[in-house]
Design a protein around this ligand. Sequence first.
Ligand code: ATP
Ligand code: MG
Length: 118
Amino acid sequence: MTDQAVAAAGSRQFYGRQRELKALRADIERTGLDTLTGRKAPRARVLLVAGRPGSGRTALAEELIASVADRYPDGVYRARLTEPGGEPVPTARAARELLRDLGVAEPPGAAEDELTEL
Ligand SMILES: Nc1ncnc2c1ncn2[C@@H]1O[C@H](COP(=O)(O)OP(=O)(O)OP(=O)(O)O)[C@@H](O)[C@H]1O
Ligand SMILES: [Mg+2]
């Protein structure tokens, strides 16, 4: 049991996966291409957690978020990219939902390009 980490946040309990968490945190720290070219613009890191349905991908992602959230004072935003049935969520809808969560007013009739740019 010593290799099992237990983190309680509310009723959430998380066991194990320490190797995966370490790899994901290391990936966040990795120097990005922009930094190498001297550009300072903050860029998002995209980490992909792959695995079979029900294998604990969401739980791992949430554990990672909980462990780094204090370094992101602007908050945590979630976007669902697939429907429960697996179909992709249209980009414009995902962008609209994120803008709503961010409190950004959506220009009436905005097209996908404009929404993603915003
Ligand atoms: N490391 C873990 N510690 C404790 N519980 C876990 C862990 N990993 C997964 N679980 C639990 O197992 C169940 C399935 O995990 P989860 O929903 O994260 O899988 P998923 O790969 O995201 O599945 P889905 O295909 O539904 O997206 C959940 O109830 C989750 O809380
Ligand atoms: Mg999931």
